[in-house]
Design a protein around this ligand. Structure first.
Ligand code: B12
Length: 220
């Protein structure tokens, strides 16, 4: 008998957690073939499995090699789901985002989820990758005439780079042209306010929705 959406979502999360890359991809195939919602499979299944792996790392049950294998399983299954994620095409607005993980930080799983969510909300996304020098954010914002800049960091030691980028946007006369959001584990609304960002959200789905609202409000 075909498995229910909830069963497959739970199984995908477990496959990520258990580092079973082939199983995770096969479950994702079964999930999309059954016609279930791909976005929900990503946020409720795969991402939750990755978050749980993060908790096990904090509890010293998993270590870096395990996390890398979990992220391999995560990405393999994301590749299966990604073409099936519905984009909002009704907006009619053309919006451009530049995103990246700040210099010194190579944690990019959250940023990669943000990219998918922003595309879903109708943004054209230029992804600068991880460990991105400040100047690259400035150059990309200018080159692509960005409406939105999203910066990510998971480490307290690299948070300062976000403030540096905002300062450089000001120095280059670009700050008023773009909406800036910040996110990642150690970031908070209070920190976003302190450094003069326009917003913060704790997860990528709400971040992308807020990005869209802020960009449209900024234009009007
Ligand atoms: C997975 C992981 C790794 C993986 C990263 C794989 C990869 N490609 O990303 C590996 C194993 C490589 C790794 C390496 C290291 N790690 Co690590 N890692 C983690 C871990 C366990 C989970 C992070 C994660 O992926 N979470 C899942 C994703 C989905 O969540 P997320 O990134 O927060 O993203 C969500 C939101 O924050 C939001 N979001 C993200 N970006 C943005 C941006 C915007 C604009 C918005 C609005 C929202 C938003 O949306 C996302 C989805 O909903 C965390 C601990 C933890 N529980 O967070 C430690 C952690 C971040 N790592 C840590 C450390 C120290 C390291 C290392 C230095 C370890 C070492 N000694 O080598 C290296 C880093 C090297 C470097 N310079 O970058 C520390 C950081 C401590 C600190 N100073 O703050 C942590 C907190 C663990 C700890 N408690 O010590 N790590």
């Amino acid at each position: 008998m075909a498995r229910s959406k909830e069963e497959l979502i739970a199984a995908m999360g477990n496959a990520v957690l258990e580092m079973e890359d082939e199983e995770a991809a096969a479950l994702a195939e079964e999930y999309v073939e059954a016609g279930y919602d791909a976005m929900e499979g990503l946020t409720e299944g795969l991402a939750k499995g990755m978050n749980r792996a993060g908790e096990l790392y904090e509890e010293k049950e998993y270590f870096i090699p395990e996390l890398l294998l979990c992220s391999d399983a995560f990405y393999g299954a994301v590749d299966v789901l990604r073409p099936h994620i519905q984009k909002k095409t009704d907006s009619g607005e053309q919006m451009t985002a530049v995103i990246g993980v700040v210099e010194g930080d190579t944690h990019d799983i959250g940023k990669n989820i943000l990219k998918i969510m922003l595309e879903t909300e109708g943004f054209d996304v230029y992804d600068l990758g991880k460990d991105v020098p400040t100047q690259n954010f400035i150059d990309a914002a200018r080159e692509h005439n960005a409406d939105f800049i999203g910066m990510s960091t998971l480490m307290t030691t690299t948070m300062i780079k976000m403030s540096e980028i905002i300062q450089e946007l000001k120095n280059n006369g670009l700050r008023d042209r773009v909406v800036v959001m910040v996110g990642g584990g150690p970031i908070s609304e209070a920190y976003a306010d302190k450094i003069g960002a326009d917003g913060y959200e704790p997860d990528a789905a709400s971040a992308a929705r807020r990005a869209r609202e802020l960009v449209l409000a900024h234009r009007s």
